[in-house]
Write a protein that binds this ligand. Structure first.
Ligand code: NAD
Length: 364
């Protein structure tokens, strides 16, 4: 599976065929102002679980592209994490500061419900456990609801812990020792995940640099962790750092940024970090930069919400999130052995599990 992402020249169906999507649902409700796209990539392993992103996209095409790419990433994330879940994701088009209402979430919940469990939603960028609570009035196919409602709440601490584990594995591979003490780490985006990640890094004794376009988030992080250093967004690659942790939005690892990068490791939470995996995966190898595949390292939140469906046990979740360390090392080994970039190595392991389990399911 080697899609190129020249979406604009292609129809939605061409893109679905190229990327292997099963279904895309367009949801519209003029009363609440809801315009949503639910993308179901692959249900071989189980129902498609993935968060709902709320974003003010520049165009409807951008929103479709995001939903398609993100849902495909969820298939790989579930598959590589050993979860019995398919890949799906939804996007709602709008301004998070003004569009959120009870009516919007409940109407959206009804659309999710109409899919009868084929798609299960959760939080993502600009959506919270409180929003999931409204959705849960209209459907049972929602996870990440608040703890007081019997859910597991915000998945971000688990995502951050998984990123921390993957980062330590990368340190082990690069320097022969997984300690991050004294290492210089740049966290780009100090939202939910970025702040928890900063906490783990400070606790380990790393030197943390942060950047965010939202000054309120920068202030919040500085108040929690006095030792962090703030960097301007356009100066981040001038820094002499050990690890770049993208924790904002996708496609920040591109030709321009790779050319500027001096760090030996990229390990962060953002989805779809590589602007084009076929171009930038090999480019990172050539430059000697060790990249921890995004869908592997940021699976902690998915592992957590999946546990909600099976009967929640926090210790078991933590144990499963810690497995990201070993999986990261496995992928580095395969990448070296097969002489392929790390994203491709991770995709091959995920695709093998998809094939194997499809075969298991086809037998009596
Ligand atoms: P968030 O919205 O809470 O935080 C994102 C932060 O990035 C915000 O503070 C935002 O202002 C900042 N940001 C946006 N553009 C930026 C830019 N150009 N430069 C610097 N900062 C910028 O989101 P989150 O929940 O922390 O998720 C972060 C990333 O990790 C997203 O890509 C998300 O899809 C991914 N992810 C999150 C989870 C989770 O459990 N929350 C799980 C898997 C993947």
């Amino acid at each position: 599976m080697q899609p190129n992402f020249s979406f604009m020249q292609q129809s939605v169906f061409d893109n679905m065929q190229q990327m292997g999507h099963e279904q895309v649902v367009f949801c519209h409700d003029p009363h609440s102002g809801l315009n949503a796209i639910i993308a179901i990539h692959d249900t071989t392993l189980g129902p498609a679980l993935g968060g709902t992103r709320l974003w003010n996209y520049n165009s409807h095409e951008d929103a479709i592209i995001d939903a398609l790419r993100l849902s495909r990433g969820m298939t790989y994330k579930a598959a590589i994490s050993g979860l019995n879940l398919g890949g799906g994701k939804a996007v709602i088009i709008g301004d998070a500061a003004t569009i959120k209402t009870e009516a919007l979430w409940r109407r959206y919940g009804k659309f999710v419900n109409s899919l009868n469990g084929k798609y299960i939603t959760a939080e993502d960028v600009n959506t919270s456990a409180r929003d999931m609570e409204y959705i849960s009035i209209e459907t049972d196919f929602v996870t990440g609801v608040p703890e007081y409602m019997g859910g597991s709440g915000d998945p971000s601490p688990f995502t951050a812990y998984g990123v921390f584990m993957g980062m330590k594995a990368a340190a082990k591979k690069m320097w022969g020792n997984d300690s991050l003490t004294g290492r210089k780490v740049l966290v780009q985006g100090v939202g939910h995940v970025g702040q928890y990640l900063t906490g783990h890094l400070i606790e380990e004794g790393a030197k943390v640099y942060i950047t965010d376009i939202n000054q309120a988030k920068v202030k919040q992080t500085l108040e929690k962790f006095h030792s962090v250093e703030v960097v301007d967004g356009d100066k981040i690659f001038d820094l002499d750092i050990d690890i770049y942790a993208p924790c904002a939005l996708g496609a920040t690892v591109n030709t321009e940024s790779i050319n500027k990068m001096k760090c030996p490791i990229i390990a962060g939470a953002a989805n779809n970090q590589l602007a084009d995996e076929n171009v930038h995966g090999p480019m990172l190898i050539e430059k000697g930069i060790l990249y921890v595949p995004d869908f592997l390292i940021n699976a902690g939140g998915l592992i957590n919400v999946c546990a909600e469906l099976e009967g929640y046990n926090r210790e078991r979740v933590n144990g499963n999130v810690e497995k990201i360390y070993g999986r990261t090392l496995e992928i580095f080994d395969l990448s070296e052995k097969e002489k392929i970039h790390t994203q491709l190595a991770a995709m091959r392991i995920a695709e093998k599990r998809l094939k194997d389990i499809a075969n298991v399911k086809s037998r009596l």
